[in-house]
Design a binder for this molecule. Structure first.
Ligand SMILES: Cc1ncc(COP(=O)(O)O)c(C=O)c1O
Length: 439
């Protein structure tokens, strides 16, 4: 149960006492709840583990979509990572974090002209082009600005990853990229090689997210290397970058089986070596794009219990002060999490199944079903949900006009605020009050 919390987490019996050397009661008192707590050692440790596993030759490209916060991007930049952004907002955050733009890769299946102009203005290092319309528009922006864009083609390899349908992206029937099987990727390469102001440098694919089996990764590499070989054979051009996306899964519960980072790296390396040797291609520069497996396990969300309701013979519900507005994944994907009691309290109380519910007006706003929690859990008690660093804050909303939570970085007993808590005034700040004539 405790294995899914950051390594710095300390427990008293089943209760979480501190993260990053900071007592959870102190965090809750100082910053309020819900509170996203990010463990710096776990976050940075994962960035370093990726760099170690892949070596200096591979561009470890942090997928900002998992957790795009200025301070986190500052840490990623300091660790020598590259960065994947997928919107003007993520790119703006990267600029604010002074992220070296030559290490930034811009993704997205519907980038606007404004976003492409912004990429040119900031000198973004690579654009992952997703469609024929984008190829034409990117070339036009380049010509207007006298700027040449280094381009990767987002290739859809036709590999269905074993994961939730909402986060599988490698199959043919998907909105992203150029389908390999239908020959669209080859046609896109031909076009990219002739359009002005585009420099075709490589290919990209992303199979999906929360993947724990290696088969899909090696199958995708084989198809992508085959594609690079076809481009060489047809057009006499050797493309030297191969970005195989992200998607490595993490453990949210003790039951989750994950693919160890070293095995993932060995699988990718092995497949690239085997396939390039078979096709007599020089090995391309490899890039990976992890998001969840860097930010996810570093996060813990603290909540305060408001009400406890027992439906006799059916279930016990403990409702907390957040829910689907700070963590959409359980409602969206049926994602499972681990929750424990936190702060001082009995360490010997019997455990019983308790369903932790959010405070939103949706029956489906359940964070964790039937979790073993102390029988004396009551109003005012703290709960901690593990592995919430990725796609929690990133997908947060103001549903029911809840202000979004603060986020803090903890390390060695010190706390730094990464994101302020929203106030009720922030929540209404963009509303325009109608004047008497408009009512
Ligand atoms: C293109 C691309 N790269 C990388 C990622 C990161 O995936 P993950 O967070 O599963 O590592 C995503 C996520 O969906 C993605 O769409």
């Amino acid at each position: 149960m405790t294995a899914v919390f950051p390594a710095s987490a300390t427990f008293s019996g089943p209760r979480l006492v501190a993260v990053g050397g900071v007592p959870v009661t102190e965090l809750a008192a100082r910053f309020g709840t819900p509170l996203y707590v990010l463990d710096r050692a776990e976050l940075v440790g994962r960035m370093r583990a990726y760099r170690r596993a892949f070596g200096d030759e591979v561009a470890v490209t942090y997928a900002a979509k998992a957790l795009c916060v200025t301070g986190v991007l500052q840490l990623a930049a300091a660790e020598g990572l590259h960065l994947d952004v997928a919107s003007a907002g993520e790119l703006h955050t990267a600029a604010r974090a002074a992220f070296p733009m030559e290490r930034v890769l811009f993704h997205g299946n519907n980038k606007s002209d404004d976003e492409l102009e912004m990429a040119a203005r900031l000198g973004v290092g690579r654009i992952a082009v997703d469609s024929f319309t984008e190829l034409a528009r990117l070339s036009a922006v380049g010509q207007r600005r006298g700027h040449t864009f280094p381009v990767l083609l987002r290739v859809t390899p036709g590999v269905l990853a074993e994961t939730h349908a909402f986060v599988a992206t490698g199959q043919d029937d998907v909105k992203f990229g150029f389908t390999l099987r239908a020959g669209l990727a080859h046609e896109a390469a031909a076009r990219a090689l002739t359009l002005p102001c585009l420099e075709l440098i490589g290919a990209h694919c992303h199979l999906g997210s929360q993947i724990s089996a290696e088969g899909g990764f090696s199958a995708a590499v084989a198809l992508l290397v085959g594609f690079l070989a076809d481009i060489r054979d047809r057009y006499g051009v050797v493309l030297d970058e191969l970005n195989v996306g992200g998607g490595l899964g993490i453990a949210y519960t003790d039951d989750d089986v994950t693919l160890p980072l070293d095995r993932y790296a060995a699988t990718l390396y092995g497949a690239v070596r085997r396939e390039t040797a078979r096709r007599r291609l020089p090995e391309p520069r490899l890039a990976v794009e992890p998001g969840r497996s860097i930010a996810g396990p570093a996060g813990v969300t603290l909540y305060t219990v408001g009400t406890v309701k027992e439906v006799p013979g059916v279930r016990v519900y403990a409702s907390v002060d957040g829910g689907m507005s700070d963590n959409l994944r359980p409602a969206l994907y049926g994602a499972r999490y681990t929750v424990v009691a936190a702060g001082p309290g009995s360490t010997t109380a019997a455990l019983r199944p308790v369903t932790v519910a959010g405070k939103h007006c949706e029956t489906g706003d359940i964070l964790v079903r039937d979790a073993p929690l102390p029988a004396d859990l009551a109003e005012g008690g703290l709960l901690a949900v593990a592995a919430t660093g990725a796609y929690g804050h990133a997908m947060a909303s103001n549903y029911n006009r809840l202000p979004r939570p603060a986020m803090v970085l903890v390390d060695g007993g010190r706390v730094a605020e990464l994101v302020h808590r929203e106030t009720l005034d922030h929540v209404v700040a963009r509303d325009v009050v109608l004047n008497d004539e408009q009512i």
